[in-house]
Ligand binder design. Structure first.
Ligand code: GLU
Length: 505
């Protein structure tokens, strides 16, 4: 293709962006970057009834957090401004008028009551070639009647006139040729006089055309709209520049039966939104990946593999590699199970790869909140020892609190099992041995202390268990000498003495 690749992510600001929408944005982004193309954000806000304040800002913040930067959009402008459909009313009006003038669309006055009436008298009523002749529209009324109804302020809609029984082929990169018979389609409303706004279908294809979009990559739920879009392209005579379609597979419930929904997240305890969202009407708060402690890189990697794979079993793939490897042809047709546990696994992997300094920075506010004031270097050493035990930064505290505070109590069960009669005396001796160690590195402590244990004929396990109880307060934690190397000699000795005094076996 000689034309420059241009793709758009075109959300409707009707609420927080669902994680499936994030996946759609990601695939658009990867495809654009792979092809040195442009990634455009277009806000499709022509349905004023469903508009939710804050949703557009939310979408931008979420995708920015994930590092999916746009080349053009409502927030950064670009050569095809405005990227917000509600700013483009006149443009759509012009194109609706073209269809009307060419007899490819018509004006309909049927009120909701009249339509309801038809639906109750005709089974499977559809406003189409078979019924439009019985309705109140510009095909059945005279020109004068139409004009006088408009002049009298009657509301109307503009409907697309779809010829029955035509074959419509949607060429989909992922699904191949998908064929439809036009008779399944109704004469879709393209425009409403009530708010002088086009419907999604018209605005969507007019903008894809004007914004020179080359590929429409979107969720499978939009596939049924595609034949209508193809017919609209035809009606405008834009077939030559019609974008190529790619309808992405659904994200399925973790169990695999049916579409992933917010309720699955509530039921199984995982977020379905990238960022926390507070419903402006109800005040209800839904959790987000960011607030739950996910690293954006992990979310990207996780989502990338829900519906696409590189053709081998590589799982850890950086964004740069994804760009390099991505292709729409390798996207699957069938739905992808949303395996939330796998999402945690990805976060675990990315935490291990993150520099300790980064993790220390993320851990810092948690410590600060607990009133703990230690150097960043100290936090880094702690993080290095415990990160392999956590999936999230917020779990670090549970694995490392004993690095920041001496035990205030000692686990009773452990005391019963590990604190022997001879433990106080042995720990006292151990404190003296430790006092004499100059190089307090983990390795050197281990050598000297084990030599002492052996020379004295003590039981290694007994000593080490009591030692751990004294330092940690229970039987958990990383390698003992790694802990004491970090907390230091003085603190180690202090804790030994404290334990001798406080533990009553
Ligand atoms: N506004 C539609 C949405 O909310 C866009 C669908 C499309 O990409 O054509 O997803």
């Amino acid at each position: 293709m000689s034309q420059k690749v241009r793709v758009r992510f075109a959300p409707s600001p009707t609420g927080p962006l669902h994680i499936g929408g994030v996946r759609t944005a990601l695939y658009n982004y990867l495809f654009a970057k792979k092809n040195n193309g442009a990634f455009v954000l277009r806000i499709e806000d022509t349905d004023s009834q469903r508009f939710v304040p804050g949703a557009e800002e939310y979408i931008i913040e979420a995708l920015t957090w994930l590092g999916l930067e746009f080349d053009e959009g409502t927030h950064i402008g670009g050569p095809f401004e405005s990227y917000r459909q509600s700013d483009r009313k006149e443009i759509y009006k012009k194109y609706v008028d073209i269809l009307l003038a060419e007899g490819k669309a018509y004006i309909a006055f049927d009120t909701p009551e009249e339509l309801e009436n038809k639906r109750s008298t005709i089974s499977n009523f559809q406003y189409d070639a078979s019924t439009r002749g019985e309705m109140r529209n510009s095909l059945t009324l005279s020109k004068e009647e139409v004009q006088s109804l408009i002049d009298a302020g009657n509301q109307y809609v503009v409907r697309f006139m779809i010829e029955s029984n035509q074959e419509v082929v949607v060429n989909d990169i992922i699904r191949g040729e998908v064929k439809y018979n036009s008779s399944v389609l109704d004469d879709k409303v393209l425009y409403k006089s009530a708010d002088n706004l086009p419907t999604y279908h018209l605005a969507n294809i007019v903008d894809d055309h004007l914004m020179e979009i080359t590929h429409v990559i979107r969720g499978e739920e939009w596939l049924p709209s595609a034949p209508l879009h193809v017919l609209l392209y035809r009606a405008f005579g834009w077939e030559d520049t019609m974008p190529q379609f790619a309808h992405l597979p659904l994200l399925l419930k973790p169990e695999g039966n049916g579409k992933l929904s917010k309720r699955d997240g509530d039921r199984l305890g995982f977020p379905v939104f990238p960022l926390e969202w507070k419903d402006p009407k109800t005040g209800e708060i839904s959790s987000g990946y960011r607030e739950s402690g996910y690293l954006p890189e992990a979310v990207i990697n996780f989502l990338a593999l829900l519906g696409w794979n590189p053709g081998n079993d590589q799982e850890i793939i950086s964004k740069e590699e994804l760009i390099d490897l991505f292709s729409l042809e390798k996207c699957s047709k069938s739905g992808a199970k949303f395996d939330y546990e796998k999402g945690k696994w990805f976060n675990h992997q990315y935490l291990q790869m993150a520099p300790n300094a980064e993790l220390a920075k993320m851990f810092y506010p948690i410590l600060e909140e607990k009133g703990i004031d230690v150097s960043v270097n100290y936090i880094e050493s702690v993080v290095a020892l415990v990160k392999e035990r956590v999936n999230f930064v917020k779990e670090l505290w549970e694995q490392s609190y004993f690095f920041f505070q001496a035990p205030t109590s000692y686990d009773e069960k452990v005391v019963k099992k590990r604190w022997k009669e001879e433990s106080p005396a042995q720990m006292n001796e151990l404190a003296e041995v430790i006092q004499g160690i100059d190089d307090f590195s983990s390795h050197n402590q281990e050598t000297i202390i084990k030599e002492w244990i052996e020379a004295k004929g003590y039981h290694l396990g007994n000593i080490m268990n009591a030692f751990r109880l004294a330092i940690v307060g229970e039987s958990k934690g990383p390698h003992m000498f790694d802990i004491t190397a970090v907390i230091g000699k003085e603190e180690t000795i202090k804790r030994l003495h404290k334990a001798i005094e406080e533990i009553k076996s």
